[in-house]
Design a protein around this ligand. Structure first.
Ligand SMILES: Nc1nc2c(c(=O)[nH]1)N[C@H]1C(S)=C(S)[C@@H](COP(=O)(O)OP(=O)(O)OC[C@H]3O[C@@H](n4cnc5c(=O)[nH]c(N)nc54)[C@H](O)[C@@H]3O)O[C@H]1N2
Ligand SMILES: Nc1nc2c(c(=O)[nH]1)N[C@H]1C(S)=C(S)[C@@H](COP(=O)(O)OP(=O)(O)OC[C@H]3O[C@@H](n4cnc5c(=O)[nH]c(N)nc54)[C@H](O)[C@@H]3O)O[C@H]1N2
Ligand code: SF4
Ligand code: SF4
Ligand code: FES
Ligand SMILES: [Mo]
Length: 895
């Protein structure tokens, strides 16, 4: 602790604090034009001057030392501020200090009584209006460097630079041309830090930053990906004016990405559904809510009457809140009387839930991201966080730039792989062999932790002989990764003091996805780098959707109740029955793919799909559409009439994340609040209200009238969430589960002392490597990998309706130059891709850092039919589709 005095007031500060921290600790303010708390101090602008023991110093870069006396109040210091700030302002045109300007500079000048006419320079540069979300007005630039440093030191994109000389130095895209053609990924970091208005968001948000948003914003949690960024929504005249990154956001710490920050144009799209639709004479027709609810209720009753409760199923939404998911599964189990409820975790991280539960006892990641970020070796496997979890990707990149070793296992050389110390581009579908190869080296070179293996693990005796079959040379032959790189990666992981693993769908979306998770989980067990040993940070899946962790936590799963009690476990059922006052069905229900099978063969007679565009995003989509067409009642809760709605009998218009109240659980098990910023359009209702209304139409009362009451009820039957409530989250911000009581802090790092398995040990697994479901052959010679792009989100229903579409207007097929030449395909030309299951039309992009024989595309444009290509192969343990491996062929389209 450092003790010093500021303006006569004693302060105590932690080691490493600066004089700026000291000044702020007493509540005083300084001009700090080149400083942002999110950045390391730079000391460029010389406006933050204070008297320290009689010397004039820049507070932001001067360490606080014991016994110092700091003075900010005297007229001499104020005069220095005025001079420094006025000198900076004098280089700008008059409008920089316009009366209404909300900029930090204009506000500072007002506070210091600097005459607005001080800014009198004549304009000299053209503004850059090329980008939808970022406008550059170089005449207002003071060359403080904050934007450049946000882009490099926080975002890691390095898109900006300072150009020009002397007083004419201004910020500009590093590529020299217009902003829209630069490397910018629209995170908004530069917009949020710019103190003068030189970089702003065009439109009603102009000049708004997270420093002091006006009017007071609504704090919520992002409804796109699972990172769980805390966002501040500024609402003006009933509409969202801006979405700003919350500086005190526990995960994002004042950062965000193009989706959470900017992609809210969908809210006011003219295509938003505002009234219920019911199919009449083959046509979806607008009706009132009472009529639509009547059709749903009578259809559900008929399905139960003709086929018993198991003829009904629901797909709940990982986009929706915990409370909505809780209510959906409660409705399905207690009003219909079946366990046929599932969510898109099935398509995504079901293998993680199954694999991590088998290895360690619980379905989530083992550690908090805050811990992962302390690691000295990052093993990033089958994940592209730079595009799919940008705020996590940015933090991982900064960690690597700060010196942590980075090992990336991904067939493609994109994203973090570009910065890796070792990149392992294994052939898609060969993970199990690769992970056993790494484990082989750990064992072979004595890089395991014998004490941990003896005291806290099980399964070594079965694993050891299996690993003997995976020497680097053999693994190299299977995976295509050079043996020396396998050895190098294993040594890095094996020798690090705090190795961490984060992984994504490149591990799970395979025929043997659960085996992949288990083989990967062997590594931290062998190293003793899991279980709060202080020697590492375990293994964390980068769960995808904003609330896919929560949808599963809430029991929107066919075999698990809220809090992961199994439906076949009498004790778990009894806990739920005591709260619900209704029997819980005893047999596990249908998983999503089995729901479609049952519909096709006539066993499923009603399917309620809440926020999942199954005809666009589930695999082998032609067969999915057949299933929906065969099902007598298909009800869809949606924001937009997408592919699935076209096959629906009833479409119910619902609210999105900015329009409702509740909670989400992010990828590292944090509950955070979601709050209503604006009302839903027209007659749209929340999924929460819709589930209540359907239950009421069937003569049932689900109780828990408010989202807060629903979460409280869930806590009564799920001990892991018993300590979490809206009221507590409103006070504390975020809480990790497990959190068993209102005074428990929430467990960020799991398994101190014991694992949650039946014997308290971490379980090594010994699955053999088995080949993927499809392999390229003479007819279909290319291996298609599907995944994500930064500007769009899944079905694209929200990101295609707004300016993100301009950033990435169509789907591309990335391919190697050799394959382009072999198949007669030119860069930018339309191509037809065929698989054994269907056909897609995309635009060729030669590049993308793939091996010859492999091609890559995303699935964000349903019109292009990418998911008609993907097969029905699915993880043998959990039915997660094999989206990452499809054999395809390619030809140029007729132009
Ligand atoms: N911008 C954007 N962000 C998103 C989404 C989005 O649609 N757009 N969707 C969200 C959702 S739902 C999810 S689940 C997450 C997904 O996030 P990620 O898991 O990061 O996403 P993907 O791009 O599907 O796949 C990750 C990587 O796996 C690699 N891969 C494929 N096969 C293999 C293999 O056999 N072995 C290895 N080691 N790697 C392989 C691919 O090359 C790809 O780079 O993203 C979320 N965030
Ligand atoms: N080829 C290929 N296909 C894939 C994948 C892949 O890697 N490759 N990944 C798979 C993965 S991991 C996932 S998670 C799925 C995602 O697939 P989906 O879940 O289908 O995709 P989303 O676009 O996220 O959302 C589905 C729908 O929910 C609606 N929606 C948004 N918010 C709400 C809400 O609050 N309530 C309701 N009722 N609706 C809402 C949106 O308009 C959208 O139409 O895609 C899978 N499909
Ligand atoms: S928006 Fe983000 S990526 Fe783009 S220039 Fe600004 S800081 Fe860099
Ligand atoms: S990183 Fe994920 S949670 Fe954060 S703003 Fe982007 S989409 Fe939202
Ligand atoms: S804020 Fe301290 S020198 Fe600029
Ligand atoms: Mo996902």
């Amino acid at each position: 602790m450092t003790r010093l005095r500021v303006d006569g007031v004693p302060v105590e500060l932690p080691a490493g604090a600066t004089l700026l921290d000291a000044v702020r600790a007493v509540g005083a303010e300084l001009p700090t034009l080149c400083h942002d708390d999110r950045l390391p101090p730079a000391g460029f602008c010389r406006t933050c001057l204070v008297d320290a023991d009689g010397r004039t110093v820049a507070a932001c870069v001067t360490p606080a030392t014991p016994g110092m006396t700091v003075d900010t109040g005297n007229e001499h210091v104020r005069e220095l501020w005025r001079d420094a700030v006025a000198l900076i302002a004098s280089t700008l045109p008059r409008r920089a200090l316009a009366e209404a300007s909300p900029s930090e500079l204009a506000e500072t000048c007002r506070l210091l009584d600097i005459d607005p006419d001080t800014a009198a320079a004549s304009p000299g540069h053209e503004p850059d209006d090329s980008h939808p979300y970022v406008r550059l007005d170089p005449d207002l630039c003071i060359a403080c460097g904050r934007c450049v440093r946000m882009c490099s030191d926080v975002q890691g994109t390095f898109a900006l630079t300072l150009t020009g000389r002397g007083a004419d130095t201004v910020a500009a895209p590093g590529t020299g041309g217009p902003w829209a053609e630069s490397d910018c990924v629209s995170c908004g970091g530069c917009v949020d830090t710019c103190p003068t208005g030189a970089i702003t968001q065009p439109g009603p948000a102009a000049g708004l930053t997270s420093r002091r948003p006006e009017p007071a914003p609504v704090r919520t949690t992002c409804g796109y990906c699972g990172v769980g960024c805390a966002l501040d929504v500024v609402v003006r005249e009933g509409e969202v004016a801006a979405v700003l990154p919350a500086r005190d956001g526990p995960v994002n710490r004042g950062h965000a990405c193009v989706k959470g920050r900017f992609a809210h144009g969908y809210l006011t799209s003219s295509e938003r559904l505002t009234e219920p639709l019911v199919r009449r004479g083959g046509v979806l027709t607008r009706v009132g809510w009472d009529e639509a609810l009547g059709v749903v209720a009578s259809g559900l009753r008929a399905a139960v009457g003709q086929g018993a409760p198991d003829a009904v199923a629901a797909i709940s939404s990982a986009r929706a809140t915990n409370e909505e998911n809780y209510l959906v599964q409660k409705f399905v189990r207690t009003v219909i009387g079946t366990n046929n409820v599932d969510n898109c975790s099935r398509l995504c991280h079901a293998p993680s839930a199954a694999g991590l539960t088998a290895s360690f006892g619980r379905a989530g990641g083992t550690d908090s991201f805050d811990d992962v970020e302390q690691a000295d070796c990052l093993l990033v496997v089958g994940a592209n966080p730079v595009e799919a979890h940008p705020v996590v990707g940015a933090r991982l990149l900064q960690r690597a730039l700060d010196g942590a070793v980075l090992v990336v296992a991904d067939p493609r050389g994109v994203g973090l792989a570009r910065h890796a110390d070792v990149h392992l581009p294994n052939r898609p579908g060969t993970n199990v062999a690769l992970f056993h190869g790494l484990a082989h080296v750990l064992v072979d070179e004595g890089l395991t932790d014998p004490g941990f293996l003896r005291d806290r693990a099980a399964g070594l005796d079965e694993l050891t002989p299996l690993l003997a079959e995976y020497p680097p040379a053999r693994v190299a032959a299977i995976t295509g990764v050079p043996a020396r790189d396998i050895v190098a990666a294993a040594r890095y992981y094996g020798r690090a003091e705090h190795p961490a693993i984060v992984y994504g769908l490149g591990v799970t979306e395979h025929l043997h996805g659960t085996d992949g998770v288990r083989a990967l989980a062997n590594l931290p067990i062998l190293r003793g780098a899991v279980g709060a040993t202080g020697r590492g940070f375990g293994i964390t899946p980068l769960r995808g959707q904003n609330n896919v962790q929560g949808a599963s936590d809430m029991g929107a799963l066919p075999d698990l109740l809220p809090g992961y009690g199994h439906v076949t476990d009498p004790a778990a059922r009894a806990r739920a029955e005591a709260v619900w006052g209704r029997p819980v069905p005893t047999t596990p229900g249908l998983r999503i793919p089995a729901m479609f099978d049952a519909a096709r063969d006539g066993r499923l007679r009603a399917l309620w799909i809440i926020g999942e565009d199954v005809c666009a995003t589930d695999p082998d989509s032609t067969r999915v559409a057949e299933a929906l067409d065969a099902c007598p009642l298909v009800v869809v809760d949606e924001l937009f009439a997408g592919e699935t709605a076209r096959h629906a009998d009833v479409v119910l218009p619902v609210a999105s994340w900015l329009e409702k109240d509740g909670t989400f659980v992010n990828f590292d098990r944090r509950f955070q609040r979601v709050r209503t910023a604006v009302g839903p359009p027209g007659g749209a209702r929340t999924d929460f209200a819709v589930v209540h209304a359907v239950a009421a139409a069937m003569g049932a009362d689900l109780g828990c009238r408010t989202p807060a009451a629903a979460l409280a009820e869930c806590g009564r039957l799920a001990p892991d969430f018993a300590g979490i409530s809206h009221e507590r989250l409103d006070r504390e911000g975020a809480l990790h589960w497990p959190c068993p009581s209102p005074d428990a802090p929430g467990e960020a790092t799991l398994y101190a002392g014991t694992f949650a398995t039946s014997d308290g040990r971490a379980h090594l697994a010994a699955p053999p490597y088995l080949p993927p479901g499809e392999e390229p052959d003479a007819d279909y010679p290319l291996l298609l990998v599907t995944g994500r792009r930064w500007a769009h989100y899944n079905s694209g229903s929200m990101t295609r309706r707004g300016a993100n579409l301009g950033l990435d207007p169509q789907g591309h097929l990335d391919l190697h130059p050799e394959d382009a030449a072999r198949h007669g395909v030119r860069d930018g030309a339309p191509v037809v891709v065929d698989s054994r299951h269907g056909q897609a039309r995309l635009t060729a992009r030669v590049g993308g850092d793939l091996a010859p024989g492999q091609v890559f595309c995303a699935f964000h444009f349903p019109d292009e039919h990418v998911n008609s290509l993907t097969s029905g192969h699915a993880d043998t343990a959990t039915s997660c589709p094999e989206y990452k491996v499809t054999a395809v062929r390619l030809r140029p389209a007729q132009e």
